[in-house]
Design a binder for this molecule. Sequence first.
Ligand code: HEC
Length: 205
Amino acid sequence: MNTIRLTAALALLLAATSVTAQDRPAADPAKVDAVMQAMFHRVSPEWQARARLDETQRTCTERRNQVSAAEADAIQAREQARVQMPADGQFLGDWQRGFRVANNGRGGQFSDPAGTVAGGNCFACHQMDPKEVSYGTLGPSLAAYGRDRNYDPEVIRQTYIKIYNSQAVVACSNMPRFGSSGVLSIDQIKDVMAYLFDRTSPVNQ
Ligand code: HEC
């Protein structure tokens, strides 16, 4: 995309959403959609589809994440229906591979060579291994996550659902829907689950 087009698109987006603290007119969704389409018009249809909001994202965006109880219930039910449980009933894989999933922020970029395996980038938002010095704080600390929960099988099941589709648990969560969006495979989610719940994982030392 050239700079002029980007600048024009951003100006239109600002005009469409222009707000002040006191006065917040709703952004015209048609204008926002037009801007998004203009910005992504030369990419493949698959990428264009990624720029379109699904129903859950649209509700959270339009409500600025302040959804009613009924809307939250509807979102969580819709996202819960998209959760695929492991066929073998096992939730925990290999924590060493799970560390690499948690620590890998690659994937989903235009410049990725075909076949790039995406990571979960969990450290960008969470503390995990308490010895790790670099981590983000958008999400809560997950240090000692399994140990603090007594490695409870029901918590393990719920955490798998949380990681597979965060919005099945918290309607307008800021955490990506790793499984439903196809960023992580079921095996990768099991590995990162082991990083959180294996008794020998550094997370639980
Ligand atoms: C963009 C930031 C972001 C990323 C990346 C992210 N999370 Fe989260 N996560 C959050 C936020 C914010 C919350 C708290 C709000 C919520 O529950 O949705 C959360 C909550 C959680 C919880 C529930 C914690 C509790 O008990 O309340 C778990 C478990 C979790 N994340 C695991 C992961 C794992 C594993 C990954 C990597 C595969 C990951 N997260 C990646 C932002 C993120």
